[in-house]
Ligand binder design. Sequence first.
Ligand code: G4P
Length: 534
Amino acid sequence: MSQTARNRPDLPPEIARRRTFAIISHPDAGKTTLTEKFLLFGGAIQMAGQVRAKGEARRTRSDFMAMEKDRGISVSASAMSFDFKEFRFNLVDTPGHSDFSEDTYRTLTAVDAAVMVIDGAKGVESQTQKLFEVCRMRDLPILTFCNKMDRESRDVFEIIDEIQENLAIDVTPASWPIGVGRDFLGCYDILRDRLELMDRADRNRVAESVEINGLDDPKLAEHVPAQLLEKLREDLEMARELLPSLDMAAMHEGSLTPIWFGSAINSFGVKELMDGIANYGPEPQIQSAEPRQILPEEPKVSGFVFKVQANMDPKHRDRVAFLRLASGHFTRGMKLTHVRSKKPMAITNPVMFLASDRELAEEAWAGDIIGIPNHGQLRIGDTLTEGEAIRVTGIPSFAPELLQGVRAGDPMKAKHLEKALMQFAEEGAAKVFKPSIGSGFVVGVVGQLQFEVLASRIELEYGLPVRFEASQFTSARWVKGDRQAIDKFAESNKQHIAHDHDGDVVYLTRLQWDIDRVDRDYPDITLTATKEMM
Ligand code: G4P
């Protein structure tokens, strides 16, 4: 990870106060509840429950969304901004379902840190592990929240051990729980020597906080029964011996995670976690790009699209492109250059997603995320700048794991189908390949569920019933090499060749043997499972 503003005091204060992060977790660990409490303490909502209620209302708008609701998954990701103390938090929502991992990966390219939520009774679950691996690929700093401490949970050392072993990351306790389940009293705030007591009577109220002068302070005994106090002292002594202390450099490199314990539903431990994000979380980071990297404090605006979302209104095919600002101070109405097409774009209606609703973004700084409504000009991986031909790198596209053929229910509407498929390909919702031979399309996704989502969206947004059916191919690889070599290769392997929506050559097959054969027989060609979005 690159350096942070803490060792670069030259960052403009507006940028230095920004914290852009995502929450990763296994379904049911408490991500929604925690998000809600963040917004509550961020002053963005008045009452917990609004996020969910609002989500429901939005979801009823379309069958597609109804499907999302039925399955209890969040298919689409968005970003929310709110203030906490003197900080501006940008929380980018990650889709929770494993079928959408590519989307998740790209979402994580837009954040500077991740909060990992685990359930205190369940520990590290499969989806947490997967998402963690993605964070690791990017060396993202991780802050951990161990939730549901108001229920029977595992022994704290056991939880910490499990994280250290399964995720190969060092863990340092930022707080320590006192009692478990029904006896859970609160936490000892290790970083600030404070006792935080949970208020079970009012779930939206912030707990009582008692300043403590070290573990020998007699004040402790006034609040903590003798037995629990003895255990707390023992535990903390052991923790000090066995576990590392908070080392900011290690945390920012992603090799050490501080852990807070709490209960999101009881609003407990959430403020401490937010303080942790504010005080220890990284500021907007340096962005890798070509031909040079981008520093957040550069005065000129630059940003990249990491997500494109179809408008929720099925009658309009407008889309919102989510742009992460990599540098500068953006103001509404600015004219930016769309680097891929070299065309200027006036950004007149940018939106920021404040929890209450979308709002026009009058201004934004490096680290912020703005939504840009457009008719399809903006694609994932695109860079916008104030003129310089610079391209943000590191936003990958992965070879799909499942391939299916697709056919329009009404053969007269094949053109519409092509248009719909191209839209989804540009949105990043699927890979679409047009084989050289024959007339159909092959669609590739990461998880089976995406086919169903696509089918219902094509029907809903284009009025076009479609059928997905088995394809003769099961794998797709991009063909890399110089132009001549690719042409020659394509010519002699026509039955395997297709083009993706960018016109890049793709090799389709059902046999690993074929891929091995190409590797062996065509030394000037490489078959790859990832391609950089551009
Ligand atoms: P997710 O987004 O990660 O899937 O989790 P979500 O917040 O929806 O929480 C999953 C369930 O866990 C919810 O219960 C929620 O109320 C509960 N929960 C969240 N935090 C805590 C906590 O600190 N303690 C306890 N005991 N439970 C917690 P549910 O019954 O599925 O939904 P609901 O009926 O409460 O809405």
